[in-house]
Write a protein of this length. Structure first.
Length: 136
């Protein structure tokens, strides 16, 4: 397995099957060009098999933290440590960029995701409820 930071739209397009929806080149370009947005791809040979994305969030009284936005690993490559390696790579970048912490929201009952995050040294503090707004 090889982990690489995504830097081009064609890299994201090649990994499109890992995302929830088709990659829109204009959105991919905007993501890659926006400061504080990060995406790492995991490869087996030349094939992308997983990704993690993160966004740095900054607040006037807290500083900067990393929001782990999304993690995905292709079904045939799960349970091989790829998700853990991707999360740790993002956490390492967060430390390098002087983030004071990193967080992720997890759907209730998503025991697989919780297991991956715990295996990558994350802790479930049990206190979070996610409130959403749908503008689409």
């Amino acid at each position: 397995m090889d982990l690489r930071r995504a830097t081009t739209v064609p890299e994201l397009t090649a990994a499109e099957y890992l995302f929830d929806n088709p990659v829109r080149p204009e959105w991919a370009r905007r993501f890659l060009e926006t400061q504080g947005h990060h995406l790492f791809l995991a490869y087996e040979g030349d094939d992308p098999v997983g990704f993690v994305s993160g966004v740095e969030t900054v607040h006037p009284d807290k500083g900067t933290e990393m929001f782990l936005y999304e993690l995905a690993v292709a079904e045939p490559f799960r349970r091989r440590g790829i998700g853990r390696a991707l999360v740790r790579e993002l956490a390492s970048l967060a430390r390098e960029r002087s983030c004071y912490g990193m967080w992720v929201g997890v759907d209730t009952g998503n025991d697989v995701a919780l297991a991956v995050y715990r295996s990558a040294d994350g802790k479930d503090d049990g206190t979070c409820t996610v409130v959403t707004w749908d503008f689409g």
